[in-house]
Design a protein around this ligand. Structure first.
Ligand code: SF4
Length: 354
């Protein structure tokens, strides 16, 4: 039996779990192809224009599974709340409702609900709803499958936390491997930047326009929310003088607050999608606090029409500014501290030429 999983939205957070869970039960998860221009346009055609880009892309992936991969069972969960009274954005909560209403094809929609704010709607109920429509109702077996899923998910989380790239961590996790060594990185980077975004924006190369490769070419070392623990992200909320309400604000507000006061980080980049209500509130708050902490901030908003050339120009200008600023700070710190000896003059030159 095959089950189609759209390579979008929650895929970027939970695919290792689903992979482990379904394969344990003898169900083969089939992914849609990576996002292309066509995926974006297919999805955009069936929803209203105001819908955020990640949701449009999600719809394109559902169509890809049905039309191109011959899949007639689609897994589209509704994650209402993942902690008591901590809710997801309404579009994430209503994802299966949207699929049911806009995708005009014949298929079976598996739409379990996870709502930790409601009684009897916890993880095991969610997992039961994920496979009961496929004829699997043995609760003991479902629990064992859940354990297999968590093993893969925990490996993935640990590798991402250690700074492994998304692609490599995902590949290792679904091959049942935990590779403890982080990637060799002997390169010296003049500046370090934290990118604040949701996984479904960051790791979909079509949405993020390959931001990691572009920054690497500019010699910028990048950090992401997945490098932080939940506790570190919680510590970020008071920095921005706020508390947690939206579940997906952990990776936005929490990570932004944490990196804002992290001295090793020279600047922050936010990557958000046009039409995203929750993120636009966060950006406004972060912009105010970035000024307060004198931390440079670049806000990038993408939609289906965003061009790559303008995107690169903005990254280049931001990187140049960070390097200039860092050099000035170094010179300021050391000016007056150097004497006239040959070695001290050499040090002063080094600082000025950084
Ligand atoms: S948080 Fe924003 S980008 Fe994500 S689904 Fe909701 S509206 Fe879309």
């Amino acid at each position: 039996m095959k089950i189609g999983i759209p390579r979008a939205m929650n895929y970027y957070n939970y695919y290792p779990f689903w992979y482990g869970f379904f394969t344990y039960l003898g169900i083969e998860p089939v992914l849609s192809s990576p996002t292309t221009k066509k995926t974006v346009s297919m999805g955009s055609e069936i929803v209203v224009p105001e819908t955020c880009l990640p949701v449009k892309i999600y719809m394109g992936h559902v169509l890809d599974l049905i039309d191109n991969k011959d899949i007639d069972i689609i897994f589209s969960p509704s994650h209402q709340s993942i902690e008591h009274k901590i809710y997801n954005c309404s579009k994430i909560r209503g994802l299966p409702d949207l699929v049911r209403n806009v995708v005009k094809r014949n298929f079976l929609l598996i739409e379990p609900t996870l709502d930790k704010s409601e009684k009897n709607q916890g993880l095991y109920q969610y997992l039961y709803e994920s496979v009961a429509p496929l004829g699997i109702t043995d609760k003991k077996l479902i629990k064992k499958a859940s354990k297999a899923g968590w093993e893969m998910q925990n490996n993935f989380t640990a590798m991402m936390g250690e700074g492994m790239s998304f692609r490599k961590a995902m590949k290792n996790a679904i091959n049942g491997r935990y590779v403890s060594e982080t990637e060799e990185d002997n390169k010296k980077y003049p500046v370090k930047v934290a990118i604040i975004s949701h996984g479904y924006n960051l790791y979909d190369d079509r949405i993020s326009m390959g931001i990691f490769d572009k920054l690497e070419m500019l010699d910028v070392k990048t950090f992401v929310p997945e490098n932080l623990t939940l506790k570190q992200m919680e510590n970020g909320f008071p920095v921005l003088d706020t508390t947690l309400y939206w579940a997906n604000e952990y990776e936005m507000t929490g990570a932004a607050g944490y990196y804002l006061v992290d001295k090793k980080i020279d600047g922050l980049i936010t990557l958000t999608s046009f039409g995203c209500g929750p993120d636009s509130i966060m950006i406004e708050r972060l912009t105010r606090f970035a000024k307060k902490y004198s931390k440079p901030l670049l806000n990038l908003t993408v939609d289906e029409h965003t061009g790559e050339a303008g995107f690169i120009t903005r990254l280049e200008a931001f990187t140049d500014m960070l390097i200039r600023r860092k050099r000035e700070n170094i010179v300021k710190t050391y000016s007056g501290q150097f004497g006239d000896t040959k070695e001290e003059k050499q040090l002063k030159n080094q600082a000025a030429n950084f």
